[in-house]
Design a protein around this ligand. Sequence first.
Ligand code: LMR
Length: 328
Amino acid sequence: KMIKTLLASAVACTALAAPVVNAAPIEIKFAHVVAENTPKGKMAIRFEKLVEERLPGKVDVKVYPNSQLFGDNKVLEAMLLGDVQLAAPSLSKFQKYTKQLQVFDLPFLFEDMEAVERFQQSEVGQGLLKSVERKGLMGIGYIHNGMKQLSAYDPLKAPADAKGKKFRIQTSDILAAQFEQVGGIPLKKPFSEVFTLLQTKAVDGTENPWSNIYSKKFHEVQPYITESNHGLLDYMVVTSKEFWMGLPDDIRPVVEKSLKEAIAYGNEVAAEKTKADRQAIIDSGRSKVIAMTDAERQQWVEAMKPVWKQFEDEIGKDLIDAALAANQ
Ligand code: LMR
């Protein structure tokens, strides 16, 4: 009897102690839509590695690339419901949460990625990370992909070449307006559908940075790519305020530091991939890369620029001016 009681209490003790000793790790699901071999894909993997090295057994990061868990149209809602903890949607995909981030979509706004970096790191740029807080989200930082190029079945040299053509775009009214300005027909579609849309010719063309084109093989189904650098595709790394604030005080700073280091690494990858993937596309011979003269580029600038005025009130002129100021 005595032994039985002792045994029983030992079992009870173990059961009580178990949750403390073997507390389940905090799970961080990081969902994104691109391939692993991209700036964002590599950043996510680096984050997982850093956090798990620094917080062994305490935090478990699971990365879901290629829209495996959520597409970008669902991921932010899912985040607010607690079904995913981290994501880095393109800046073009926050329209439902804030109008301010739309500044990044204006065509021909930034001269190069250095200007983008200067703006993002400026006081105004850092302030924009907070623009989604009212909706329960928190921006942790920006990560680059790069400038977008125009791809299509037929060569796009002059803006008139886009007339009547269907273009897949991200869910952004600015991007819709941009293609409407050149007489194109914009269609908002998830990233996971782009290859099939192009392959089946359901759309004529699209816009994406070199690393997305290459990693998703869009160049194999788009015979022409115009090197237009007409707009930006960058990301905001986001989490939900509720999740972030709920992290224990000894965990949150480590997660944050790891995220920031992973972002810095992702930005190095972005710079490399912009060059290397562009070259790999040229070398593949599957798609002809069309260079633009300054005069040709100017035609596109003039055709697309009215979009700035169209959205000036929504975005705010001060914000547009602050972004422009980063060009020098
Ligand atoms: C797109 O939908 O074209 C991009 O947002 C995909 C991405 O995440 O780079």
